[in-house]
Design a protein around this ligand. Structure first.
Ligand code: ARG
Ligand code: ZN
Ligand code: CA
Length: 254
């Protein structure tokens, strides 16, 4: 599809402590980050090494908090739920009222984002297209959401949400999810074959799997580097995301 697609978003804040009941401003900061990252309008796109700059791409997606709820009533696009659960894991309990979380809004109309405390250092997780509607969407820990308030370095630039929405739009990790091997693939042609995940702040070039001289595209949103080091999607990744919007997620957006 040509042009931009607008995605209505609902943010479900599920909090155990008052601090975790994050502010409207912090939520707005995350929406703004998405609108930069998915339009190649992020200031740090300038840090992409010259050999990779030609494939850095505008994903042509716009995000906005929903203005009408599932019943058609006005909303600010935010729900707030107090929970007795002090830390969730990636078992989808945060996605249902009955298990201490909050039920999803219809997944064919909204991108559901749950913000909650996650245990064990988990920053976030996502459901790929094709799964059950009741658990569709992304989950992000309150210390990795937006760029203010409870956000904590080095995951305080909102990139966890960018990464998880990449998965929600059918992107795999850039190293191919095969551990440190060279046989896994992300099924994208313009990302170099890469050994394993990169962490922290690597320096260019970082070579693996005979991918020199330019090496790993560790500055891609679908690697595991720090928020200030992940800055781009590629044309091939955008093609996959747009195919998802034309296919399994064609109901959402306009
Ligand atoms: N699903 C990944 C995790 O929780 C998210 C990684 C996000 N990385 C980041 N720099 N924000 O481990
Ligand atoms: Zn991931
Ligand atoms: Ca690999």
């Amino acid at each position: 599809r040509p042009g931009c697609t607008r995605i209505p978003v609902v943010v479900h804040v599920v909090y155990n402590t008052d601090e975790q009941n994050i502010s409207r401003e912090q939520i707005d900061s995350q929406i703004e980050i998405l609108n930069e990252d998915f339009r190649k309008a992020n200031a740090d796109i300038s840090t992409v090494p010259a050999p990779f700059a030609p494939v850095a791409a505008d994903a042509r997606l716009l995000f906005a908090l929903a203005t009408s709820d599932p019943d058609g009533n006005p909303t600010d696009g935010i729900t707030r739920t107090r929970t007795d659960v002090s830390g969730f894991v990636d078992d989808d309990k945060v996605k249902a009222d009955a298990s201490g979380g909050k039920d999803a809004w219809p997944a064919d109309e909204y991108l559901n984002i749950w913000v909650c405390p996650l245990s064990g250092g988990l920053l976030g997780y996502a459901q790929f297209p094709g799964g059950p509607a009741a658990t569709d969407g992304v989950v992000v820990t309150y210390t990795g959401f937006g760029n203010m308030g409870t956000a904590r370095a080095p995951f305080d630039l909102g990139r966890t949400t960018t990464h998880e929405i990449g998965h929600w739009l059918n992107l795999f990790h850039i190293w191919g999810d095969d551990g440190t091997g060279c046989s896994g693939s992300d099924f994208v042609d313009d990302t170099p074959n890469q050994g394993g995940a990169n962490l922290g702040k690597p320096t260019f070039p970082k070579v693996s799997c005979d991918n020199g001289p330019d090496g790993d595209m560790f500055m891609n949103y679908m690697d595991y580097v720090d928020d200030d080091t992940m800055v781009m999607f590629t044309e091939g990744q955008v093609a996959r995301m747009q195919a998802c919007l034309d296919g399994p997620r064609s109901a959402i957006g306009e």
